[in-house]
Write a new protein. Structure first.
Length: 172
């Protein structure tokens, strides 16, 4: 009886994650406000800006969009994987991927988003090289980006080895 109580407690504890996902959903509103502010600022500058400044403005908007997309992926996939399964037939307007991203896929998507966001930051730094970035800061940005890239590659390789190991076990 004690084991069943503990098992039920452990099983129900997954619902403690729901407030985290709600908090992430609310953070999307904050990102939307930041996007709106950045967009208005971008439009105001675009009329008098040179090509480099326009590109930097677009990169800032892309950066915020990637972060928001990452939050959305974490919310949907995390809820589906850790809290409760979602019946896609009850939600025909949902994109197909929302109920098909497993934990391994979630890790891959997070790392790919982090690498993309990091790449945008490095690109912004290169474009602002003459204005506000010194060589040390640029080296740190590039080094950090390379760490993210190598981490993503190692994670992909590890997941591929794990999948191969599981398929080898299933064939024997």
């Amino acid at each position: 009886m004690l084991a069943r109580i503990v098992e039920r407690l452990i099983s129900q504890s997954r619902w403690l994650m729901a407030p985290f996902y709600i908090g992430l959903i609310l953070s999307l509103f904050v990102l939307l406000l930041a996007f709106g502010r950045e967009f208005v600022h971008f439009v105001q500058r675009a009329l008098i800006a040179d090509e480099g400044e326009v590109i930097l403005g677009v990169l800032a908007l892309i950066d915020l969009t990637l972060v928001a997309s990452l939050v959305l992926i974490v919310v949907f996939s995390g809820y589906e994987n850790f809290v409760s399964k979602v019946d896609p037939e009850k939600h025909p307007d949902w994109p197909e991927w929302m109920t098909k991203v497993d934990f391994s896929g979630l890790k891959q998507k997070i790392m790919a988003s982090i690498v993309a966001i990091s790449a945008i930051q490095v690109l912004k730094a290169f474009m602002n090289l003459d204005q506000k970035f010194d060589q040390t800061t640029l080296m740190w940005l590039v080094g950090t980006h390379l760490v993210f890239v190598v981490s993503a590659l190692l994670l992909s390789w590890s997941d591929a080895l794990s999948a191969k190991s599981k398929s080898d076990e299933g064939s024997h």
